[in-house]
Design a protein. Structure first.
Length: 230
């Protein structure tokens, strides 16, 4: 009787699939937009197609496509044969954003009371993260977390239309937040205190206190637009 032995043959492992890169125009768009938001490209900076093409490693055609998208979003202004000017944050833009935020966030604060445990837990987590970022001097990251803190309160209301409207302000908020934190580095300490106060009002179920604190916290931007300190 013949014994049959079956051996498992080790097949060579397939090489990992190459990571597919986003389209060239998307890479340029992300590069420039992130540079504007984190102030690598400050207001007044003139960007040229050639410099951007070299920085991202693409041809000039996708650079033009990306810059057109960014112009529509109001972050840059295109000048034919010269380049793209990064637009500074204007006093009118600050005023418009503050007005919209107050309308949305006061409503959201009212709907957030009584605050569900999940919202309180998430806000506590974000506040702790922002404190750590501020202590490390990472103001750009602290601005992102600041925006997330407020967005969580807006989302908790369950109104998808308002949430989408608020998300449309994201880039403007981040850009303003980073600029303000660098020009007013003492403001981060006040922001942390005010976030703690908003959280405490939500935790205790005090609707009017929460709404009043949110209004005061946001309204200080309008004072900056008028060149005032608070």
């Amino acid at each position: 009787m013949r014994t049959c032995c079956i051996y498992a043959v080790a097949m060579p492992s397939a090489p990992p699939a190459p990571v597919k890169q986003p389209p060239a125009a998307d890479r340029v768009y992300t590069h420039v937009k992130q540079g504007v938001l984190d102030r690598r490209y400050e207001g007044g900076t003139l960007l040229t197609e050639g410099e951007l093409a070299e920085a991202v490693g693409v041809s000039r055609t996708p650079v033009r496509e990306a810059l057109l998208r960014l112009e529509v979003e109001g972050l840059i202004k295109l000048y034919p044969k010269k380049g793209a000017l990064v637009l500074p944050v204007s006093a009118q833009e600050i005023k418009d954003v503050v007005e919209t935020r107050i309308l949305v966030e006061e409503h959201a604060a009212r709907k957030a009371v009584p605050a569900p445990p999940g919202l309180i837990e998430r806000l506590e987590e974000l506040l702790d993260r922002q404190k750590a970022q501020a202590a490390a001097g990472d103001l750009a990251a602290a601005a992102v977390t600041d925006r997330c803190f407020h967005a969580e309160i807006v989302r908790s209301g369950g109104n998808e239309i308002l949430s989408r409207l608020y998300d449309q302000l994201r880039d403007r908020q981040l850009r303003m937040g980073v600029a303000i934190m660098y020009s007013h580095p003492d403001r981060i300490a006040k922001t942390l205190v005010e976030h703690e106060e908003i959280l405490q009002a939500l935790r205790s179920g005090d609707t009017e206190a929460a709404v009043g604190l949110v209004h005061r916290h946001i309204d200080w931007f309008s004072h900056l637009a008028r060149g005032e300190e608070r």
